[in-house]
Unconditional design. Sequence first.
Length: 375
Amino acid sequence: MTVASQKNREESVGKTRGKLFPIPEMHSSMSTVDVVVPCYNYARYLPACVDSVLSQPGVRTRVLVIDDASSDESSRVGQELAASDQRVEFRRHEVNKGHIATYNEGLLDWSTAGYTVLLSADDMLTPGSLSRAVRIMDADEKIGMVYGRPIHFEQATALPLISAGDSAYERFPGAEWLEGRCRTGQNVISSPEVVVRGRVQRAVGGYRPELPHSGDLEMWLRIAAVSCIAYVRRVPQAFYRVHPVSMLRTKYKSSFVDLQHRKAAFDFFFQYQAALTNGDRLYNLAKRALAREALWDACRAYDRDEVKEARANELVEFAMMTYSGATSLPEYGALRRRQSLGPVFCNRTQVFAAAALVRRGRRWLARQRWKRRGI
C-alpha cells in the first residue's frame, strides 16, 4: 500500500462511524507487545495462559509473570516457564501487594513496548488476537485501545477452535465510545480482550488503588478520553474464565454491589476530568443509567417476593442518592405501583409479569446491540 493510499484510508476511517473495516495487512517488521500476567494461587492455569501469549503469530512478545506471594506452586511454575523461554521473565513478591499494585508494577514500571496487555493467569488469548489488534493500531495512530468479544468458559476442555476468517473492526471516536458507556452505565469489557497502545497507557497512568473492584472500567474511560477505540468483529479476542464462586454466579450480591462499584468508577473518573467536553452531561447520563438499573432491580424483587434477599430498599436508596431526578424515571413509577400492592400480591398474581417480560426483552435486545457494536 502506498503512502498516499494509506493516508486516504486513514482519513476515511476518521470520518466514518459504524462502518466495518478489514483488518490491515501485517507489516514486514513486527511490533512488540508486552504482556503482564499477575498471578495469585493460579499455578494450575499459568502454563496455558503463558502459552497462549508465546504462540501468538505476527508479533514479538515479552511476558512478565508476577507472583503476588502465592501459597500454591505459582513460584515454581513461573520459574520453570521463565527458564524454558527467554521471552518470559518471572518475579515473586515476598509479601502480598494486592492486584492493583501488581498491575501497575508491570504496566508502568516494567513495560516499554509499543503495546501492552494485562492478562490474568487464569485467562487466555485466542490465536492471532495480538496480531489483529496491533495491525489495527499500526495503521491508525489515533486508536489507543483495541478490544473484542471474549468467550466465557469454565473448563478449558470445552473451548472452541478459533478461526480468524474474514475478521474486521469498527472504529469509534473516543468521545462517542465514552458517551456509550455513560448512557448504559455498563462495562462491556471483561479485560483479557484488551490491547492498549503503550504510550497511551503510560500517559493515562495506572489503575487506581481507590477502585479495587472497578478500576478496569475507570481505566477504559480514561483511555477513551484521550484516544479512539476499535472493536474487533467476527472473531473472539480472548478466553475469560468464569469460576463457580465468582460474582457472576452470586445472584443478589452482584446486583447491588456491582452497581456501587460502577458508580465509584464513574465518580472517580469525572472527578478528575474537569476539562472533558460535556463532562457534566455525560456524568449525569451515567448516574441516570445506574439509577434506572437499581430501580428496575428493585421492581424485579417485588415481582419475585424477594425484597429482603435482593436488598430492594437499599437499591431504591442508591437510586435516590445517585440521580437527583430518580422520582421522575419510569422505573420509579413502576416501583411505586408494586409497593402499593406489596411483594406477596405481586408475586402470586404476577400482575406485572407481562410488562416485566417486555422490558426484559428490550434490555436483552439492547445488550445484544452493545455486544455486536462493542459499545
